[in-house]
Design a protein around this ligand. Structure first.
Ligand SMILES: Nc1ncnc2c1ncn2[C@@H]1O[C@H](COP(=O)(O)OP(=O)(O)OP(=O)(O)O)[C@@H](O)[C@H]1O
Length: 464
């Protein structure tokens, strides 16, 4: 789809009508859906293809807030950031992927709104069971990577590097926030490698007490220390011929880092309390959520080890940096739980999708997965609605929605007429109470007394 700057004729009502008739002339017969939204978030035009795609009508929605359409985060983001955006959305009912391209409408040099084009992707219509699954035709990958869900550019790029890494024996350093899939990629690289039939041994260097870490990694001889009643084989020895995954390597003490460096360089080590050098041929994949360069600077990580580990660096971006994967992951986990437990399959209300896009996901995919497990079990019925999801997840979406709805009131009320002063006042009080949750805080924010807010809230039936 080409993006063009479209001059927007919107200076007065007459010109506005003229603009609408020219939109109609331009877009009426287009097979792609077209939506025109002005800078206040009000719908100016939708073509018949858009009406058909989303089951709405231009007649009913013209002049209304975009929150009354099955709109998507892309329109909102484009509108707020005043930037053109490309992306896609999952059609809530048709189970199809729709590519979305927004372009800016310019009124001279000032921003007039956005024009958004929706194109249904060619894939055949898919069942609810299939909804959200990656399009297998578009990605050929070894089976080992099939547990990795996501079609974003960054995931595709990581899969490409991981596949190459699997073919070599080089050390891999995976970085990224907690819960973003570092462990998943480490295991997939092992499974796709020539050593896949050999062990994959994982150790979390940050979770093991300092005194025990050496013996966990390298094992010990009988009598090496009090309590060492028999010989113990360490993780490196267990992983011999296969892969060791050193998770949270940034938390490894300096004296242990030297020993890992020696294994990489000389491929041998001694058990604690032993003299015998043990040969060890292990592929190392390390991971950390910390910034190793910073640790090197403050003297808690060895630079030589860093370079030895960082032969193939892989950075897994956080979920909020690849929002386009959220819905696919959500449906993946819903399907998985449905298959494993027999809980009926569900669908997401459109507002929930928007809330998921707005939320920051500090716990990344682990957090999303846990939430979906909870929702699948707790929500009765087959639709997960905005009120079913925790407040902390829906908060940003709610605030954004309310601010857009309120902004749109500056010109029009819900009937498309100029709003009265009382209507303004009601929305202002309602918004402040929603946002702050108490008369006191709302009053402070509005610069009036607690008594005034309480009286107005009663007057407008916002509270009992
Ligand atoms: N792209 C993905 N597709 C499907 N599941 C994923 C994906 N990425 C992560 N997961 C799942 O999310 C959960 C967390 O992933 P993982 O344990 O690999 O994260 P991590 O980055 O290693 O976390 P930590 O740093 O806390 O150890 C796992 O259940 C994993 O299977």
């Amino acid at each position: 789809m080409t993006r063009a700057k479209v001059t927007h004729l919107n200076e007065n009502r007459k010109l506005n009508d003229l603009a609408n008739s020219s939109y109609s002339g331009l877009f009426r017969y287009l097979i792609d859906g077209v939506l025109v939204v002005n800078s206040l978030g009000l719908i100016e035009y939708m073509n018949p293809a858009y009406e058909e795609m989303f089951g709405v009508t231009n007649f009913a929605l013209k002049g209304k807030s975009i929150y009354q359409t099955p709109n998507d985060e892309i329109v909102l983001t484009s509108l707020k950031s005043k930037k053109p955006i490309d992306g896609f959305l999952h059609h809530p009912y048709k189970k199809k992927r729709i590519s979305v391209t927004s372009s800016l409408l310019m009124q001279g040099n000032s921003f007039g709104g956005v024009i958004v084009i929706y194109r249904e992707e060619k894939a055949e219509s898919i069942s609810s069971e299939e909804y959200g699954k990656p399009n297998e035709e578009t990605r050929y990958l070894p089976k080992a990577f099939e547990g990795v869900i996501g079609n974003s550019k960054s995931i595709k790029n990581i899969l490409y590097i991981s596949e190459k890494a699997a073919k070599s024996n080089a050390t891999v350093l995976i970085t990224g926030e907690t819960g973003c899939g570092k462990g998943l990629f480490a295991e997939a690289i092992h499974k796709a490698s020539k050593q896949s039939s050999m062990p994959f041994v994982k150790i979390n260097c940050g979770a093991i007490p300092y005194d025990l870490l050496e013996s966990e990694l390298f094992g010990h001889e009988q009598g090496a220390f009090t309590g060492a009643v028999k010989r113990k084989i360490g993780k490196f020895e267990q992983a011999n011929g296969g892969t060791i995954f050193l998770d949270e390597i940034g938390d490894m003490p300096m004296n242990m880092q030297v020993k890992v460096l020696r294994i990489i360089q000389e491929k041998e080590f001694e058990r604690v309390g032993g003299n015998e050098s043990i040969q060890c041929d292990v592929r190392i994949i390390a991971a950390t959520h910390r910034d190793l360069r910073e640790l090197i600077e403050n003297g808690s990580f060895r630079e030589d080890l860093y370079y030895r580990l960082n032969v193939i660096p892989i950075h897994v971006p956080s979920l909020r940096e690849r929002k386009e994967d959220i819905i696919e992951l959500t449906y993946h986990y819903m399907r998985k739980i449905h298959k494993e437990t027999g809980v009926p399959m569900k669908a997401l209300e459109h507002e929930v999708e928007l809330a998921f896009y707005s939320y920051q996901w500090p716990g990344n995919i682990r957090e999303l997965k846990n939430l979906i497990e909870r929702l699948m079990v707790l929500v009765e019925g087959d639709i997960i609605g905005i009120n079913d999801i925790p407040k902390e997840v829906s908060n940003i979406f709610r605030v954004n929605r309310d601010s857009i709805i309120n902004t749109s009131l500056i010109n029009n009320n819900s009937k498309g007429e100029i709003a009265t002063l009382d209507e303004y006042e009601r929305e202002i009080i309602k918004n402040a109470l929603n946002k702050f949750g108490s008369f006191n805080k709302a009053a402070k924010a509005l610069g009036v007394t607690h008594k005034t807010v309480a009286a107005k809230a009663r007057k407008y039936n916002i509270v009992e």
